[in-house]
Design a binder for this molecule. Structure first.
Ligand code: AOF
Ligand code: ZN
Length: 349
């Protein structure tokens, strides 16, 4: 049996739950019978619904999986939560071997699932494609380990790192096909975050189930397209009076004359918004960098050359090359003529 191949399939299945399972992890599961034939697949589809293992096992008759192998990207759970423990069902159905990608970082599971399986005489193999499994659930891991919201930034620039000309004109640096990918990326996050400056300059629709606007002086108004979305949250200067309107308004303190980002991100975690994708201009990108866990950077094969043009990370006057912030490039993908670089701050690795 090719464990890596089945784990890849688990990851693929798990991704079908993107956008629907937060704050839970993405989990997929493949079941083999005692002769090594795949007899079932499943995944965690929606928060509060069956876990991947249960989804896959319940598609089978009582005895069908007896003597078989269950492959799953995360340690099976051992607790009573929204559903009963997966390990109990695995034991009950007579599975002989469990192959997992990683131990669960949820402290109420953390090793207990494996322990219970082993105590029941089930062979446990773990750590298969562990890095891929951890990447799949990087949001869940940060939430559980640090009790913080995962922060990602998406930007699109020219080859010379510009997102707009000096006078602010910026529409569509990248091609249609790159913009299709942006929709897929957005779906991975519980909310999108932008600024009043971007809303006013570009009037983007930024379709999403949760849109957050940093609007210190309450300059945006409901006629902007972004307000047509399901849920709109506005952070504004705590010194201003509470405004009226259908959006959720949240007061925030200022830091150096701007809304305090640390407060904002902490507040999002309190609100159970477990991940956020920032799509804004160079200033917010720059000041968010120290909170960022991941960056999606599209680059179009264009040079603007405008030395008053706006940089995609605009946050300081650095006159010493040693001041660079360092990143690790995780992947390079092509979208038509454009590329997408995905990178992580090195300090976070
Ligand atoms: C999932 N899906 O497929 C697996 C999970 O809130 P509950 O009761 O659904 O429990 C969520 C916890 O269960 C989660 O934090 C993780 O530790 C464990 N495993 N969760 O949502 C799954 N296998
Ligand atoms: Zn479970």
């Amino acid at each position: 049996m090719d464990y890596k191949k089945s784990m890849k399939r688990c990851i693929e299945l798990a991704k079908l739950g993107e956008g629907s399972v937060t704050p839970n992890p993405l989990v997929g599961c493949v079941i083999y019978d005692k002769d090594g034939n795949i007899i079932s697949e499943g995944y965690h589809k929606k928060y509060g619904e069956n876990h991947a293992e249960r989804d896959a096992l319940l598609k089978l008759h009582n005895d069908e999986a007896r003597g078989g192998t269950l492959v799953v990207n995360l340690e099976p759970c051992s607790h009573f939560g929204k559903t009963p423990p997966c390990v109990d069902l695995i034991i009950e159905r007579g599975i002989k071997k469990v192959v997992a990608g990683m131990e669960d970082v949820n402290p109420i599971v953390a090793g207990n699932g494996f322990k219970k399986l082993k105590n029941a005489g089930i062979e446990v193999v773990t750590g298969i494609l562990e890095d891929e499994c951890k990447k799949l659930n990087e949001v869940f891991i940060k939430n559980m380990k640090e009790r913080k919201t995962f922060v990602a930034i998406k930007t699109a620039s020219t080859l010379d790192g510009k997102i707009a000309t000096g006078n602010g004109s910026s529409k569509w640096i990248t091609s249609d096909i790159a913009r299709e990918e942006v929709k897929i990326i957005r779906n991975r996050y519980a909310a999108l975050l932008t600024t009043s400056a971007t809303v006013i300059a570009d009037n983007p629709s930024m379709q999403h189930k949760c849109n957050i606007i940093l609007d210190r002086n309450l300059k945006t108004v409901s006629r902007y397209k972004i307000y047509n979305n399901e849920r709109v949250i506005i952070f504004y200067d705590e010194a201003l009076p509470q405004p009226e309107g259908s959006a959720e308004f949240i007061k925030a303190p200022l830091k150096e004359g701007k809304l305090d980002l640390e407060f904002v991100f902490n507040q999002l975690y309190e609100m159970k918004i477990m991940s956020v994708l920032i799509e804004a201009g160079g200033h917010l990108n720059g000041s968010s960098l120290k909170f960022a866990d991941k960056i999606y950077h599209f680059i179009a094969p264009k040079i603007l050359g405008d030395n008053s043009g706006r940089s995609c990370f605009d946050y300081r006057e650095a006159d010493d090359i040693n001041l660079c912030d360092n990143f690790r490039i995780d992947s390079i993908e092509h979208f038509g003529q454009d590329i997408l670089l995905t990178y992580y701050p090195i300090s976070k690795m």
